[in-house]
Design a protein around this ligand. Structure first.
Ligand SMILES: NC(=O)c1ccc[n+]([C@@H]2O[C@H](COP(=O)([O-])OP(=O)(O)OC[C@H]3O[C@@H](n4cnc5c(N)ncnc54)[C@H](OP(=O)(O)O)[C@@H]3O)[C@@H](O)[C@H]2O)c1
Length: 252
C-alpha cells in the first residue's frame, strides 16, 4: 500500500490548504475531521480523490484518539500534520474547566499520542512531521491563558523532538499569529483583536511547505507574524502583558 500523510483537522482553514498542497504534490492523504460530510466533500474536491481516505474522530478525550489510532490501523505513513486544534476566549475562572481540559487534550495530548504511535513508520519512510502550534505558545495570553499554555507545551515538545530526530525526520514547528480561518469564531475572541497582524492562511501554508522543503525547523510565517514575534522577544514582558490584557479583554 502507498504511504499516506495524515492531516488532523483537515476540514478547517489551515487543514484544507495543507490537504490541497499535499495532494497536488502527489501524496495520498488520510483526512481527519469530525464531520463526515464535510470530509467527503473535501476528499472529492482534491486531485486523485480515490487515493485519499477520511477518518472521523473527536480528539478532545482519550477514547476519541483511541478511535483514530484504531482506524489508522497498519496504514504506512510518510507524513503527519498535527493541525486540529481550538482556542477558548474568556477569563480562566469563567470558562468551565472541562472545556479547558478538552482543549489541552486536543491541542497538546492528541498530537503527542499520535506522533508517539506513528513515529516508527514516519522514520522508516524518511517522512516528515508538521506540528501546527502558534505564536500564542511564545507568550502568555491573558483571556486565552489555557490556549497559550497548550501551544507553549506543543512548541517546546516539538522543537525538542526535532533535535532528537535530527537526520531521521524533518520536523516543522509552525507558529502563526492571527489568520482568518474558523479559529476566531470557535474561540469566541473579540472581533478586532490582532487585526494588523492578520495574515492570509495561504501565506501561512506556503511558508510551512517552504520550511519543510528546506529541512524543517521553527517557522513563523509572513512578515506581519515575524514582526509580532520580534515584539514578543523585545518588548519587556510587563508592558507587553498590559497591552495584551487591554486588547484581549475588550468584550468582557
Ligand atoms: N487561525 C489562527 O489565527 C491560528 C493562529 C495560530 C495557530 N492556529 C492553529 O491552527 C490550527 C488549525 O486551526 P484553523 O486556524 O485552521 O482553525 P479552524 O478553521 O477552526 O480549523 C480547526 C480544525 O481543527 C478541528 N478540530 C477542532 N477541535 C477538534 C476536536 N476536538 N477534535 C477533532 N478535531 C477538532 C476542526 O474540526 P471541525 O471542522 O469539526 O470543527 C477543524 O478541522 C489549530 O491548531 C490552531 O490552534 C490558528
Amino acid at each position: 500500500m502507498k504511504a499516506h500523510v495524515l492531516i488532523t483537522g483537515a476540514t478547517g482553514g489551515f487543514g484544507r490548504l495543507f490537504a490541497d498542497r499535499l495532494a497536488r504534490r502527489g501524496h495520498a492523504l488520510l483526512l481527519h475531521g469530525r464531520d463526515p460530510e464535510r470530509l467527503e466533500h473535501l476528499r472529492k474536491g482534491l486531485p486523485s480523490p480515490g487515493h485519499h481516505r477520511t477518518l472521523v474522530a473527536n480528539l478532545d478525550h482519550e477514547s476519541g484518539v483511541d478511535t483514530l489510532i484504531e482506524d489508522i490501523g497498519e496504514t504506512p505513513l510518510e507524513g503527519l500534520v498535527n493541525n486540529a486544534g481550538f482556542g477558548l476566549w474568556g477569563r480562566f475562572a469563567s470558562v468551565p474547566v472541562e472545556w479547558q481540559c478538552a482543549m489541552l487534550y486536543t491541542d497538546l495530548v492528541a498530537p503527542m499520542r499520535l506522533t508517539h504511535m506513528l513515529l516508527p513508520r514516519l522514520i522508516a519512510n524518511r517522512g516528515f512531521l508538521i506540528n501546527v502550534s502558534s505564536l500564542a505558545g511564545e507568550y502568555p495570553l491573558p483571556w486565552m491563558s489555557g490556549y497559550a499554555a497548550a501551544k507553549a507545551g506543543l512548541s517546546f515538545w516539538s522543537e525538542a523532538l526535532a533535535c532528537e530526530l535530527a537526520g531521521k525526520l524533518r520536523v516543522v514547528t509552525l507558529a502563526p499569529g492571527p489568520s482568518p480561518t474558523g479559529f476566531r469564531d470557535v474561540s469566541g475572541m473579540p472581533a478586532r483583536t490582532g487585526g494588523f497582524f492578520r495574515t492570509a492562511p495561504e501565506v501561512v501554508i506556503d511558508r510551512a511547505m517552504h520550511c519543510l522543503d528546506h529541512g524543517g525547523g521553527y517557522c513563523v510565517p509572513g512578515w506581519r507574524h515575524r514582526l509580532l514575534w520580534l515584539m514578543q522577544k523585545t518588548i519587556p514582558r510587563s508592558w507587553g502583558l498590559r497591552i495584551l490584557a487591554r486588547q484581549m479583554s475588550r468584550s468582557d
